[in-house]
Ligand binder design. Structure first.
Ligand code: WQD
Length: 337
């Protein structure tokens, strides 16, 4: 039962690898280190006690990826690999379309050739766009506001179309809301390149003294305190959701989308205050203009994943703040420490 994890050295990928090993799966990681560091593999060995087979491969390179399919008897793929910075995707759409879409096509071609027709795909709540009202349900119409989100929507379509062409395929399209937090050991966590785009890594870098203060993007949204509301989910809950989805695709065929969130929305200031209370640190901030492309409110209806996968999130926003800080204060420079 070897599971190929593309992007397995990344933030969500590495946390999922730990859960897979804990559940007794054989794991193979491919990663090109475009948004990850080799040190992650050392930390995975420390935390799992295993040398997880690793191949430094960009999945666009078909012959290199073929080697992985040749060397390992794969049963399924968990597909994380892809660029993920919303702002960068607006500035460099072709880089995103080329890498995320071509990479997935190459991966799926090889899956077909080697009769590996089970996939768990890392999608995103961003596919719900700006026209739906939260809580979002999986049957809502999809739309996107940036090329990163468009690649997620297109890949969902690739997988749906492949199943129509060949009913032997089985897929779970996991629409993440806002993953934050870190493994309780503080040995793996989120380590963004350059200036963090996302809220929590920015907060933890303020807390550790790398950034002066948090810029709150917008204070005039129609929310309880004017700042953006999101459904934050602990990365460990997310990892466990991938295991449940994998079990489902291994045991069935067909394609289903699932929201992976908590079903609760917290504003930016709610998170700042939760972080300050959980960790007894102060987070200086200033209220600024909205960030283009942001929506006011996003949170999940989580009933489908609960009913169909037997999964629901268990960690609180305080747990998420505590674990994010535990990672950052133990690794002020991320994996460069
Ligand atoms: C959360 C809230 C911001 C930074 C995106 C992608 C999604 C997923 C997670 C990709 C918003 C506010 C943020 C800051 C702020 N995957 N904010 N100051 O935009 O909801 O989702 O990232 O990584 O697919 O769409 O997440 O963390 O960027 O923002 O005020 O410095 O925090 O306005 O309200 P987002 P985010």
């Amino acid at each position: 039962m070897a599971i190929l994890v593309t992007g397995g050295a990344g933030y969500i990928g590495s946390h999922t690898v730990i859960e897979l090993v804990k559940k007794g799966y054989e794991v193979v990681i491919v990663d090109d280190y475009s948004n990850a560091k080799p040190e992650v593999l050392n930390r995975l060995k420390e935390l799992t006690g295993k040398d997880v087979p690793f191949h430094e491969v960009n999945i666009c390179h078909k012959e290199a990826l073929r080697e992985v399919f040749e060397q390992h008897d794969l049963d399924a793929v968990i597909h994380f690999a892809g660029y993920k910075a919303v702002g960068e995707s607006v500035a460099q759409p072709l880089k995103y379309y080329s890498n995320n879409l071509n990479g997935t096509i190459v991966l799926m071609e090889l899956m077909n050739e080697y009769n590996v027709k089970k996939i768990v795909f890392s999608s995103s709540a961003t596919v719900y766009g700006m026209t739906n009202e939260a809580p979002f349900t999986e049957d809502m119409p999809l739309s996107t506001t940036n090329p990163y989100g468009t690649t997620k929507m297109f890949i969902e379509q690739f997988i749906q179309d492949q199943y129509v062409a060949d009913n032997a395929w089985s897929a779970a399209l996991l629409r993440y809301f806002n993953p934050i937090g870190a493994h309780e050991s503080g040995r793996i966590g989120e380590d963004p390149n350059d200036i963090p785009n996302n809220l929590m890594p920015y907060i933890t870098q303020v807390a550790v003294g790398k950034r002066e203060k948090l810029s709150v993007f917008g204070s005039d949204y129609e929310t309880h305190d004017g700042t953006g509301v999101r459904d934050y989910i602990h990365v460990l809950d997310l990892a466990k959701g991938h295991i449940k989805a994998l079990e489902k695709v291994l045991a069935s065929t067909g394609v289903e989308a699932y929201n992976l969130g908590t079903g609760k929305g917290y504003s930016v200031l709610d998170v700042v205050h939760a972080f300050e209370t959980a960790n007894n640190v102060e987070i200086p901030y200033e209220l600024n203009d909205r960030r283009p492309g942001d929506i006011a409110t996003s949170y999940a209806d989580v009933s489908k994943a609960k009913n169909a996968l037997g999964w629901e999130a268990t960690y609180s926003v305080e747990d998420m703040c505590r674990d994010s800080w535990n990672w950052q204060k133990s690794n002020p420079n991320g994996y460069d420490d």
